[in-house]
Design a protein around this ligand. Structure first.
Ligand code: HEM
Ligand code: NAG
Ligand code: NAG
Ligand code: NAG
Ligand code: NAG
Length: 325
């Protein structure tokens, strides 16, 4: 090959490579909706006044959206002809929340830049703004996702990890979407804020795995507190803080909690208490350094946000996040 054709080959190879990894970019709406982030910020600042949990709710929606056929807003669709809503899937039913605020953001955006900003991108950008408002890291949000015309309820039932799974099963569900153990530990750190219902952890409190005893990886004082919140046979919908030490702040206390056997969900504590697991050292690193947690959290959020986006002419920009156009 002549030097010229080598150069041309390298040029085309690098173009191909960059288009396959950089489908999204931070400047996507700079000309079409220049005020995007200040509009979203305005709505979520109002929402936090009414509901200190809204950041937790919206980042969880983003996670449950991305794990089911990619970050395409599919979780936001209501039941309709040909649509079995993901809202009624096992991980979301009577649990996923914040949809009203997504609608408020969408309305505010439609007023200024109609038909431009996708619902999938609303989840990504509002998650970042709310994490940073709670004291967490900032990062450059990748944008340009389009919205699905379908939901996948069966996929939501099987692809989103359950709080009763083994670490190896949870890891497999992360691996299936291209996320590794570091991503798993970093992203689990989102349980530094928000709440969980008794029904998702009470299996640990009384007769764990039919042993007649509580989960041995649960601190006894913390166990006592949780038993008061969730008496045996009591209301499964009662809620408690995922992070007992700083319930609403975004910090690395989640990881020190795990070191102290004060992880709330079985799947939280497994990251630290599973003998020989590669997640143990990562928990220790993030417990020792908040900045290391923040750096990795930001990286992993971008990675999760890059799961199979719809771009180009695929999908659509929904006018109402709850239904296809
Ligand atoms: C690793 C596997 C994970 C499992 C098994 C899991 C499971 C759960 C469960 C069972 C709840 C409580 C739901 C309820 O009681 O209604 C919850 C809440 C929450 N999850 Fe996860 N989660 C995981 C990973 C993640 C990730 C990756 C994120 C975000 C990056 C996240 C963000 C949240 C937040 C913020 C809440 C609190 C929501 C609220 O207050 O409404 N979780 N999670
Ligand atoms: C952008 O939003 C801010 C605050 O909502 C407002 O003050 C400003 O005028 C807006 N700019 C444009 C170009 O719409
Ligand atoms: C998903 O799980 C829910 C709740 O367990 C169930 O009602 C629904 O039928 C399941 N949907 C599919 C498509 O498997
Ligand atoms: C792990 O996944 C396997 C295969 O899907 C399943 O049979 C098993 O019940 C799961 N175990 C746990 C503890 O979740
Ligand atoms: C724990 O559950 C198993 C299986 O349901 C049952 O046989 C056993 O009696 C229970 N133990 C206690 C102490 O409740």
């Amino acid at each position: 090959m002549s030097p010229f054709s080598v150069q041309v080959t390298i040029l085309f190879a690098s173009l191909l490579f960059s288009s396959s990894i950089a489908q999204l970019n931070p400047t996507f709406y700079d000309t079409t909706c220049a005020n995007l982030s200040s509009i979203v910020r305005g709505v979520v600042q109002q929402a936090v006044q009414n509901d200190e949990r809204i950041g937790a709710k919206l980042i969880r929606l983003h996670f449950h959206d991305c794990f089911v056929d990619g970050c395409d807003g599919s979780i936001l669709l209501d039941d309709a002809d040909g649509i079995a809503s993901e809202k009624n899937a096992a991980p979301n039913a009577d649990s996923a929340a914040g949809f009203d605020v997504v609608d408020d953001i969408k309305t505010a955006l439609e007023n200024v830049c109609p038909g431009v900003v996708s619902c999938a991108d609303i989840l990504a950008i509002s998650s970042q703004i709310l994490v940073s408002m709670a004291g967490g890291p900032t990062w450059e949000v990748q944008l340009g996702r389009r919205d699905s015309k379908a939901a996948n309820q069966a996929g939501a039932n099987t692809s989103i990890p359950s709080p009763f799974e083994s670490l190896s099963n949870v890891t497999a569900k992360f691996t299936a979407v291209g996320l590794d153990s570091t991503d798993l530990v970093a992203l689990s750190g989102a349980h530094t804020f928000g709440r969980a219902q008794c029904r998702v952890f009470s299996q640990r409190l009384y007769n764990f795995s039919n042993t007649g005893n509580p989960d041995p990886s649960l601190d006894t004082t913390y166990l006592g507190t949780l038993r008061q919140t969730c008496p045996e046979g009591g209301n499964g919908n009662a809620i408690t803080n995922l992070d007992p030490s700083t319930p609403n702040g975004f910090d690395n206390n989640y990881f020190t909690n795990l070191q102290n056997n004060q992880g709330l969900l079985q799947t939280d504590q497994e990251l630290f208490s599973t003998t020989g697991a590669d997640t143990v050292d990562i928990v220790n690193r993030f417990a020792n350094s908040q900045s290391e947690f923040f750096d990795n959290f930001a990286k992993s959020m971008i990675k999760m946000g890059n799961i199979s986006p719809l771009t180009g002419n695929n999908g659509e920009i929904r006018l109402d996040c709850k239904r296809v156009n």
